[in-house]
Design a protein. Structure first.
Length: 163
C-alpha cells in the first residue's frame, strides 16, 4: 500500500509542476505582450507630441510681433508677414538666440517662402539638432506685404521641428 500512495503523490506532484510551468509561461507571454504594447504606445505618443510641438511653433511664428503686418496703432492684419521686418528678423534672432528665441522655438527650422509676385525664400530661424530621430513639418499659407513695392503677395510658412 505504501507504493500506491507514493505513485499517486508523484503523479499529483508532476501535475502541480506542469500547472505551475504553464502558469509561468502564460505570465511571460503576458509580460512580453504588455512590453510590446507599451513600446507602440510610447512611439505613438512621441509622434503626437512632436506634431503638437510643430503646431505650437507654427502658431508662435504667426503671432510673432517681429513679423506680422501692422500700421501704427491699427490692429495687425491676420496671417500677414511684413517683408521689411522679415529681412531684419534673422539678425535679431541670432543676437538673442540663447536667451530668448531658443526657448520659443527649440530645435527647429522656420522659413517663409513668397510665391507671388517675386518668388523668394527667407530663413527666419534655424537651429538644427545634429542627431535627430524624427522631423515633423507644418505649412501655413500667409499673405506677404512688401511696402517697398507697395503690394501684397502670397506665400507660406514652413516649420520643421526635430526630436
Amino acid at each position: 500500500m505504501v507504493t500506491k500512495i507514493s505513485r499517486k503523490g508523484q503523479v499529483q506532484l508532476s501535475e502541480t509542476i506542469a500547472v505551475l510551468f504553464i502558469f509561468f509561461v502564460l505570465i511571460v507571454f503576458g509580460i512580453i505582450f504588455y512590453y510590446k504594447y507599451q513600446q507602440v504606445a510610447i512611439k505613438q505618443q512621441s509622434e503626437e507630441l512632436l506634431a503638437a510641438r510643430a503646431m505650437d511653433t507654427t502658431l508662435r511664428i504667426l503671432f510673432l510681433p517681429e513679423l506680422f503686418c501692422s500700421q501704427g496703432d491699427a490692429e495687425p492684419e491676420d496671417n500677414c508677414i511684413d517683408v521689411l521686418k522679415l529681412r531684419q528678423v534673422n539678425e535679431t534672432i541670432q543676437k538673442h538666440l540663447e536667451d530668448y528665441y531658443f526657448d520659443l522655438f527649440s530645435y527647429s527650422t522656420v522659413t517663409v517662402a513668397q510665391l507671388y509676385p517675386v518668388p523668394r525664400t527667407f530663413v527666419v530661424y534655424d537651429k538644427l539638432k545634429l542627431e535627430y530621430t524624427k522631423r515633423e513639418s507644418t505649412y501655413f499659407v500667409v499673405s506677404v506685404r512688401d511696402d517697398t513695392l507697395g503690394s501684397y503677395g502670397y506665400g507660406y510658412v514652413k516649420v520643421e521641428v526635430y526630436s
